[in-house]
Write a protein of this length. Sequence first.
Length: 542
Amino acid sequence: MIYNNAIQTLAELTAVQAEQFPERRALICQGQTLICQGQPLTCQGQTLTYQQLHQRSQQLAQALLTVGIQPGARVAFLAQDCLQGYEILFACAQIGAVLVPVNWRLSPPEVRYILQDAEVELLFVGPKFYRPVASILPELTQIKTIVALAGESPAVPPDWLVYESWRSAATPAPVVKISSNQVVVQMYTSGTTGHPKGVQLVHDSFFAIARAFARTGQPWIGWRSQDISLIALPLFHIGGLWWAIRGLVAGAENVLLTSFVPAAALQAITTYGVTKTCLVPAMMQAMLAEPSSRTTNFDTLDTIVYGGSPIAETLLTQAINTFACDFVQIYGMTETGNCAVCLPASAHSLERPQLLKAAGKPFPGVSVTVLDAQQKPLPVGEIGEICLRSPANMVGYWKLPEATDKTLVDGWIHTGDAGYLDKDGYIFICDRIKDMICYASENVYPAEVENILYQHPAIADVAVIGVPDPQWGEAIKAMVVLKPDAAATHLDIINFARGKIANFKLPRTVDFIETLPRTPSGKVQKGKLRDPYWQGYERKVH
């Protein structure tokens, strides 16, 4: 992993790289073919050199100051991935503001909650989201400024700023000295009690692991300035943000997908000669199912890093045979600043299938322990909760001290995953202590879905569980108890939730049962509900 001593914060990154690689393309936004009024419309790809990225982020930093954005202020980004997203990231970093990337797949009420909870003062909006934002704007009284990322649409209200003209009118300002322990990003995770939590990450969260690698002399995946990196994960996903920063620190050229489309990802590999990318298993499966994968030339590809959810052995075998490159698995969470554990390429041998079931070993500087219910360390081979201590750990959840104290205990992140350590120090994930469902690497907490379904007039009781799905890892199933004399179909239940939560959180199936199994204290025994669907699986995560 490349570690540049001259770059200690995101605020310094663009200046250092503009001096070292001024004309190299920092970011390439791949062109897309869209359908407009029934006709194909080709949008040409855009690029930013490292010099341009630095200049524009400096301009934008000054523009933010002119509208009153001060250090610590929250600035939100609601748009599909684009070059402007990274200009915004580095502009915020340079003035000490905090970027809040919002998952654009969320419903308007979910977006409203995040913007209100984060106390966002300025919002950048992509053209697909002008109308949804306008619909919730009356409730967002704390937002002082809205900036439209594209100004030609008639849907842009007259009191919104237009990004390009507003930024271009500003004079680049020098970088302000920023401390590595200042919060720079606030990323929202799904909430166990129905609301997401804002994970606060400091600048050093994106550099501490690389620094530890440098101290030990380990190369990890051998980043080079000559690399061409494919950014397939979105900016609102910790994996996407982390991967983009690692490529930019390396001085690589980084190809950005506006949104993940399997055919577009395959085309990018060929068009740009991609050498490295980071994917979740569902993305790999979709790419392998795409017919063009059989004719795509993968000769330039040397490494695929994957994580976000467990991978099926059959999928990994197919991927190894098709992509014919090194595979590296990562494990972590937003609260650990993304990955903290790695299964290196050397461990990805089809001759050692048992090792392929491991999450890996801790990165340099990261410690791992497995605790029992009494918070005591367990010996090798015994299953308990996996806890991670990483120099990249979050500083805490935004304005949620009690939730922070439950997750971050004496420097240890309690992951909620059940697993064990073997005698060689490999971590194996077996189950979840928490109820979280991992659908296509999107974390979905049942309580959030249940809170919506409980509002259905025919539902007396409901529990939401994850069941195995060969394509998406896990699918969301609702177990519903109807009120006496009430009637509803599975489509009634699903459609009731539609629009109230993001589509990826909707139940895929609904089972109607007479009663939910509960403990004497009244807690739903979700293990009993899940067990029949996981028969024959070694792990109760998929």
